[in-house]
Write a new protein. Structure first.
Length: 302
């Protein structure tokens, strides 16, 4: 039986414009297609985990508005448990403005709205419902004090907390010491550790830095180079399939959701990360955030 997954995080509506290239500061260019998608790192990761077979509960704070109501309806269609999503009438739901160029690269600005009011008290009221084998997943689109509360609870109760440190921010040791696995990309790793990361060798040094701060495992994602898993035993390269990227918007979210789904199914962290790389490679060949997330039968063909 799969271990329960609790995703604590953000829910946004993504407003996307496709362009030939990302505009420079102060520049106006004509774009192409415009569309809106359900997004937010927490929501994206919850959907990815659910589509890949996870028993997912999403914990979030959304506005009591059209975007919030539509988000909850979408989560329920994805068979995600929504009982701990709060509809907050004081703040609007979060939105993200996204520009995607013809190479699949993107530029994103987020207005967090209600996401910034997911409080430690809110999540602590949820933790009493988490069984001992629960896997917790969170990101940094919610307040840092809420992430700290999750790390403290995970440390005390033995839950496996996976932290995707995005958007990048400095992290206090009180958070890092409560993390089972951290999943930064090269940019996030460099900002947090102060170490340059361009390849697996540099990622290994940064991974050791995370371990020295109390993190049990570091999985540093390296784009087309795959990922590197660093723990106390050894360092393991994790390859990724070669694909032609159309939209990289939620590749990291797909990786994280897929990885915790694999962990919940009983895979080792290495094997879960291998599956996650395959899922993320599929996601970048599709437009959108949640809409790009693959299903289990696509990642593990019959």
């Amino acid at each position: 039986m799969s271990a329960p997954i609790f995703v604590f995080g953000s829910s946004n509506t993504d407003m996307v414009v496709r362009t030939t290239r990302i505009p420079r500061p102060g520049e106006t260019i004509l774009g192409g297609d415009f569309f809106m998608n359900a997004g937010g790192k927490g929501a994206n990761q919850a959907v990815a985990a659910a589509r890949l077979g996870g028993d997912v509960t999403f914990v979030a704070n959304v506005g009591d508005d059209m975007f919030g109501r539509q988000a909850i309806e979408q989560f329920e269609r994805e068979k995600i448990r929504t009982r701990f999503i709060t509809r907050d009438s004081r703040y609007p739901s979060g939105v993200a403005l996204i520009v995607v160029d013809t190479k699949g690269e993107n530029n994103i600005v987020v207005a967090p709205g209600a996401n910034q009011h997911l409080t430690p008290a809110h999540v602590e009221s949820v933790l009493s419902h988490c069984p001992p084998d629960s896997i917790l997943l969170t990101q940094l689109e919610i307040p840092m004090e809420t992430v700290a509360a999750l790390a403290s609870a995970a440390r005390k109760n033995g839950w496996r907390l996976v932290l995707n440190p995005a958007p990048a921010a400095e992290l206090p040791e009180e958070i890092l010491s409560g993390v089972f696995a951290i999943t930064p990309n090269e940019h996030e790793t460099s900002l947090i550790t102060g170490l340059k990361v361009h390849d697996a060798e540099e990622a290994a040094v940064a991974g050791a830095w995370f371990l020295s701060k109390g993190v049990k495992q570091a999985i540093i994602t390296l784009g087309s180079q795959g990922a590197l898993l660093v723990n106390a035993q050894d360092n393991q390269r994790i390859p990724t399939p070669k694909v032609t990227a159309v939209d990289t918007t939620a590749a990291g979210d797909c990786f994280n959701g897929a990885m915790v789904a694999g962990m919940a199914a009983g895979l080792s962290l290495h094997d879960a990360a291998v599956r996650a790389c395959r899922a993320a490679a599929i996601s970048v060949t599709r437009l959108g955030a949640q809409s790009s997330m693959p299903y289990l039968n696509e990642v593990i063909p019959a």
